[in-house]
Ligand binder design. Sequence first.
Ligand SMILES: Cc1cc2nc3c(=O)[nH]c(=O)nc-3n(C[C@H](O)[C@H](O)[C@H](O)COP(=O)(O)OP(=O)(O)OC[C@H]3O[C@@H](n4cnc5c(N)ncnc54)[C@H](O)[C@@H]3O)c2cc1C
Length: 498
Amino acid sequence: MSNQTYDVVVVGGGNAALCAALSAREKGASVLVLERAPEDKRGGNSAFTGGGFRMVHHGTEDIKKVVPDLTEEEIGRSDFGTYTAGDYLDDLGRITQYYIDPDLAEAIVNNSFETVLWMRSRGARFIPNYGRQAYNVNGRFKFFGGIVIYANGGGRGLMELLYKSLETHGIPVRYRAQAQELLRDDRGITGVRARIDGREEIINARSVVLACGGFEANREMRTRYLGPGFDMAKVRGTRYNTGDGIQMALDIGAQSYGQWSGCHSVAWERYAGDFGDVEHPHAGYRHSYPFGIMVNSEGQRFVDEGADFRNYTYAKYGRVVLQQPGSFAWQIFDQQVKHVMRDEYKLRGATKVVADTLEGLVEKMQDVHPQNFLDTVRDYNAAVKQDVPFDPNVRDGRTTVGLAVNKTNWANTLEKPPFEAYSVGCGITFTFGGLKINPTSHVLDTEDTPIPGLYAAGELVGGLYYFNYPGSTGLMAGAVFGKIAGQEAAQYVAANPR
Ligand SMILES: Cc1cc2nc3c(=O)[nH]c(=O)nc-3n(C[C@H](O)[C@H](O)[C@H](O)COP(=O)(O)OP(=O)(O)OC[C@H]3O[C@@H](n4cnc5c(N)ncnc54)[C@H](O)[C@@H]3O)c2cc1C
């Protein structure tokens, strides 16, 4: 047992945790970070991300504040649009069927832009997301779906810069440090019991920020809470988020909150590894389905691939794929949409088949009913409203008409060979259920009373997402509540001397 007592111990080593650590330090607290992973695997799911941040902005002037070195040439060819607080709240409400905790939603939205600027002041760097959030149409990039910026270097770049910032600000990190129990007395939190490098230690702390992820990497909890079949899902990111923080807090009386049976899960390379590979974090992405079709083993379409921008549908379609017979599907494209397909489709490891005819294609598509598939494509092709022009930057209204499952936007006939098909399964990103916090990131007990000295941020916060999730809110919410948690913890310690 070390004799030192830290003002703030942060459990976790991802985006939410590092924001909490930096903001607590900024407020004058002594801080220790406990990261379960070894140093070379640090950074949690945050390191696997594309680095997208969904923030409020009012156009070019705001984007220039976040990306000061934007060139005139870049500005000239960009239409950043605006994304107001009203837009953001509408998206959070609409996408979660209006179950999102309204106080937490407002906290995310109202702090989003300032928090990104603050992250910049702590060393993070951002750039516009050309190519993924804006396609080149006649030389101009029009941004869509509420996301303009992402961290330079993606999630890994972000984590490198934030870890560097920890060093600059004198915040120690202990690796291979798995927090296992929260310690408290009648006045509040007193520390953490952790297993560090295989040895048990008691870390004394005046306050604790839990930012150690959801339970997506815990196969048993997945099956118990998300339902049968989720044991078969592939984990897109880190193996270390096994629900420890949630369990530790529940054990001392914290309140469970949010949709425990819900998760963010996507159509993902069918034969991907059990966990993500941080060297190739995006290899399993199969996010171009709005421009093609998806069929199941019965050769049937089962979902509106073009219901909305990818940002607003991808997080719920993993579960839909999982629910298909055999828990897999195929995505089919032709050469007309090749130019808008994401790069990951070209990477090694994709389960891909190619043929010059649809008959030849389905012969190669493992376990798909051939005649049903050919009928599906014939009916789909006949139903495409071809008089509406295709435009990937807007909800173009190029729909199908008269099908049992229509495609609402970006419907293109499958007619230009060679045809390509990619097999997908379900990849889980993170879980929705977790702890209840208030807008100051304080963890609440089962009577809605704050547990003195206990704060939480990031994936393990419940009450944010239900059924679905608007893309790039995870990093933003983690940063907002992480920053608040750090500053609140520091202020709590200063105001409550022992
Ligand atoms: C492939 C992929 C792409 C994504 N792309 C985006 C994107 O572009 N934009 C976006 O907003 N979101 C994205 N997300 C979601 C995003 O990763 C999460 O919402 C966000 O990173 C969660 O941050 P966090 O700090 O809560 O958790 P994490 O970054 O996962 O950090 C949790 C940390 O806790 C540590 N830990 C776990 N248990 C313990 C313990 N007992 N003791 C100590 N430490 C522990 C872990 O090692 C890890 O360091 C993506 C996710 C994946 C997997």
